[in-house]
Design a binder for this molecule. Sequence first.
Ligand code: CMP
Length: 137
Amino acid sequence: MTQRTLVLLKPDAVRRGLAGEIISRIERKAGWQLAAVELRTFDRATLEQHYGEHVGKPFYEPLLTFMGEGPSIALIVEGENVIPGVRALAGATDPLEAGPGTIRGDYATITRENLIHASDSPESAEREIKIFFPAHA
Ligand code: CMP
């Protein structure tokens, strides 16, 4: 099924010079295309919208601080089964549980600074695309 998903390369990915490597892994998948790309430091209002479901959790404030501390890269990726596909490439949220060969398994060690966000369902993808790329909604 052709889908589109919202991907964020978080500030740790950009700061560590891993953006190219991560985009390259996504681009290599047959039939997946980049549909939009933007480098931007997210403001608090944008992050509050994106992470609304986590308000009140112990990791919420540190997460918003981290996500606003430097530029991230937002992307829309389109293609066959791209929603579960990018999540499989990313690996488990906790990098210590992410398998070798996944982005988090290969390059991350702590849960907050886990390099990449990818939408978890078609509904989340459309909601998140509206937040980061309103012109593509
Ligand atoms: P993401 O896929 O962007 O969605 C929520 C984010 O919150 C997650 O990736 C992590 O960056 C962060 N996160 C989730 N659980 C924890 C946790 N237990 N401790 C710290 N950060 C977390």
